[in-house]
Design a protein around this ligand. Structure first.
Ligand code: ADP
Ligand code: MG
Length: 272
């Protein structure tokens, strides 16, 4: 697997150097349910990694563990090569990890600018006035070529699903995130809106960010991902560059945990 060959000198963010985020042996249980079992995952910079798996495979649980909402029972997390302890969403945000959930956590009654500064507007070194906030929001959206919103002062409730996703992603970019986690960002979207969100994901990658996207839609996965990681019943059963997979092998891994179609299994990661 590429993962096992990835330790060594980095020749650039997209090269096979040390991944931005590295999970090793992450386990998590809820009562009798073992949601994650000894999960290894690499999320390299400037790379889109698709996390695939059937319902209940542990995708959201893994996302929430990286985001600091859940704490793993065991395992290690490395960020930029150093071990880190993510005990809260605040820890995760401080590292530059931004999570975009399916329900987005945008405040409907607030406008786009207010949403993009929500929770940060009066904190730290950012003492910005309304004009500065509006300019920063507008510039970020323009930089991502989000041009379909009529006014950045319109309430988020009036936006389409795709536009809401765009605002959530733009918020992540504006705060200089290094890693963006998207849990089923296109699940509720139509065809055109989905294309818009996939295009945004490509731009995040072009900006050098590591992106992890969860999707049930293999068309989306094969359109946008550079790497694929497959969870099945809480175990990482395959992880490799997209060229090592086709739709059938991904489905094989999702449903049976293996494939006899020639894709190597994930077991070689253990050496790390
Ligand atoms: N807060 C929780 N309490 C109890 N069980 C949970 C909780 N979160 C997830 N689980 C269980 O963990 C497993 C993985 O869930 P989840 O990560 O949501 O799957 P996915 O996102 O891949 O559909 C499921 O069996 C689910 O019921
Ligand atoms: Mg889920």
């Amino acid at each position: 697997m590429t993962v096992s060959a990835s330790v060594g000198e980095s020749a650039g963010p997209a090269a096979s150097g040390e991944p931005l985020l590295k999970l090793r042996g992450i386990s998590k249980h809820f009562g009798a349910v073992q949601a994650l079992y000894q999960v290894d995952l690499d999320l390299p910079a400037a790379t889109v990694t698709a996390l695939c798996g059937d319902n209940g495979a542990g995708k959201s649980c893994l996302t929430k563990t990286i985001a600091g909402i859940y704490q793993a029972d065991e395992g290690e997390i490395f960020f930029e090569g150093s071990q880190v302890h993510i005990r809260s969403p605040k820890d995760s945000a401080a590292l530059g990890i931004e999570t975009v959930y399916q329900d987005l956590a945008l405040a409907d009654n607030l406008d786009i600018v207010q949403n993009m500064f929500l929770g940060r507007e009066r904190k730290g070194r950012f003492f910005l006035d309304e004009d500065d906030m509006e300019t920063a929001a507008a510039e970020t959206l323009a930089g991502l070529r989000v041009t379909t919103v009529r006014s950045i002062r319109q309430p988020v409730a009036t936006l389409s699903g795709g536009q809401r996703q765009a605002v959530a992603v733009a918020k992540a970019v504006m705060w200089n995130s290094k890693l963006v986690l998207l849990d089923e960002p296109t699940a509720a979207l139509g065809v055109a809106q989905t294309q818009m969100v996939l295009e945004l994901i490509r731009r995040l990658k072009d900006h050098g960010l590591a992106v992890m996207v969860i999707s049930h839609n293999l068309n989306d996965v094969f359109e946008v991902a550079d790497r694929i990681a497959v969870l099945r019943l809480g175990r990482m059963v395959a992880q490799d560059n997209i060229s090592a997979f086709d739709r059938e092998t991904v489905v094989d891994y999702m449903t049976s945990g293996g494939s006899n179609r020639g894709v190597p299994a994930v077991a070689t990661q253990a050496a790390l």
